[in-house]
Write a protein that binds this ligand. Structure first.
Ligand code: FAD
Length: 441
């Protein structure tokens, strides 16, 4: 009886797997095939995601313009800084991630001629398009804080940042040097400062994620290691996070874990030789100096320079799009997504997973001459890593409206039940039962 049930289950599982495989393989051929030329600017998370989806939807005339030979998976840099991942793993050769069938122009876009449906490249040549998708990310302004570049370049300066591939490893290395320095004791603790910029930034949770991971590392080493360190989070904002629901939880945790916070404080300069950072107290407009042993800086960020003088942006230089359809407010055949747009969502790769299908769907609708769908609700998520093995998953839309996948009260089936202790237990037992069954067979 046991064997019969197991064999039948296996046959059913094999049937479902084959059917799913056939569906996935044949799906692109069942789609309407289209010949319109789509040019995508940028081979980052957004550009690659859209290009792959366009291909899957039967649009085979897709070109990506991207100058970099390497694609970086930036979210990993937080874990690299926290000693939980290898920096090399955040890199992939661009040629390996450009979707199959997509043309890759290894150049930089320098200008836009939307009236002529053209972009100009850094060698002076032009590329024509029927549809243009702008996915050029945001730029990091390393020179906005005097002393930052000098501090990052100097090996033993104590100045670190996870916001760049070249400096994320330095974060973990510097942390270990300071942590293992015997001159720091509970009566003379090492000073770890974590800054937050006054500008828009990608992954607004990252400046504190790295702090929580390092704090947890110290805690795991025992009370002496933890008490020999003094951690302070300094932010121009008035709270730990932009969405109150999560901010309240983080504030409670901050107090419990003995981490200091200085709200309304903006980093303005770094005196590298003297290991002294100057912050502006925004409440009374007074500069204050703080010495540090390790200073983690989340740098200023802004819209990419080449976009700023173009006709497709708003007064701040971000691509001006409708916040629900992702279509340019000025040109009907231009769409944009990811970090370079002026949509008021939190700039994360998670947001792009919701924006990309909307862009693809609306390009198709535009080709078909039907009204666009306003499908994007501002969804973004921020997996706030609060310890080596713990995440506070913040998920929200425009205006900080909660959009939690595993919402036990308001979530949809099956998420309402998945995540509860009982369902986790049942799921665990079920997996174990199937495992034992397979072993018996
Ligand atoms: C430290 C850190 C931690 C993060 N953690 C998370 C996280 O936990 N969860 C999460 O969801 N998100 C996280 N993010 C944010 C996420 O990585 C970004 O939101 C995402 O990469 C944005 O994708 P994008 O395609 O818009 O921009 P990018 O991925 O930056 O890509 C932009 C691309 O455009 C190209 N480009 C630029 N200028 C031109 C030009 N003139 N011509 C042609 N191409 C050009 C660039 O070379 C680049 O390849 C994190 C980011 C960082 C830095």
């Amino acid at each position: 009886m046991f064997t019969y049930v197991a064999k039948t289950s296996l046959k059913a599982a094999a049937g479902v797997t084959v059917a799913t495989g056939v569906y996935i393989v044949t799906y692109p051929y069942l789609c309407k095939q289209r010949s319109e030329k789509v040019v995508v600017i940028g081979g980052g998370t957004a550009g690659l995601g859209v290009a792959a989806m366009l291909q899957n939807e039967g649009m085979h005339n897709v070109t990506i313009v991207e100058p970099s030979q390497v694609h970086y998976y930036q979210p990993l840099w937080t874990l690299v800084g926290g000693g939980l991942a290898n920096g090399k793993d955040s890199e992939k050769p661009m040629k390996d991630v450009i979707p199959k069938g997509t043309e890759w122009i290894k150049k930089r876009v320098e200008g836009f001629k939307p009236e002529e449906n053209q972009v100009t490249l850094d060698d002076g040549s032009t590329v024509n398009y029927d549809y243009l998708v702008v996915a050029a990310g945001m730029q990091t302004d390393w020179d906005a804080i005097p002393g930052l570049q000098e501090g990052l370049a100097k090996k033993d300066s104590g100045v670190v940042s996870i916001y760049d591939r070249n400096t994320c490893e330095k974060t973990w290395n510097t942390f270990n040097v300071v942590k293992n320095d015997p001159s720091f004791t509970p009566s003379n603790p090492a000073k770890f400062l974590f800054s937050f910029p006054p500008t828009t930034l990608k992954c607004a949770g990252a400046p504190q994620k790295i702090m929580w991971i390092l704090e947890d590392t110290l805690r795991q080493e025992g009370s002496k290691a933890r008490e020999s360190a003094n951690l302070t989070f300094l932010t121009p904002g008035g709270a730990m996070f932009g969405v109150k629901h999560y901010s309240d939880k983080l504030e409670k945790m901050r107090v419990e874990r003995g981490v200091n916070a200085e709200f309304n404080h903006k980093l303005i300069s770094i005196d590298v030789p003297n290991k002294m950072a100057t912050f502006m107290n925004l409440k009374n407009n007074t500069p204050i100096q703080k010495s540090y042993d390790m200073l983690h800086v989340a740098p200023h960020m802004s819209a990419p320079k080449f976009l700023r003088n173009s006709p497709i942006v708003d007064s701040n230089g971000w691509v001006d799009v409708c916040k629900t359809t992702m279509q340019s407010t000025k040109y009907k055949n231009i769409f944009a997504l990811g970090d370079c747009t002026n949509t008021p969502n939190s700039k994360t790769a998670a947001a792009i997973t919701s924006q990309a299908p909307v862009v693809v769907h609306n390009i198709e609708r535009s080709i078909d001459g039907v009204p666009l769908d306003g499908g994007y609700t501002g969804y973004a998520s921020c997996p706030l890593v609060i310890a080596k093995n713990q995440v506070l998953l913040a998920e929200f839309g425009y205006g900080g409206k909660l959009a939690e996948t595993f919402d036990r009260k308001n979530g949809k089936w099956p998420w309402k039940y998945i995540g509860t202790e009982v369902s986790c237990y049942i799921f665990h037992r079920l997996v174990r039962f199937i495992y034992v069954l397979i072993k018996i067979v």
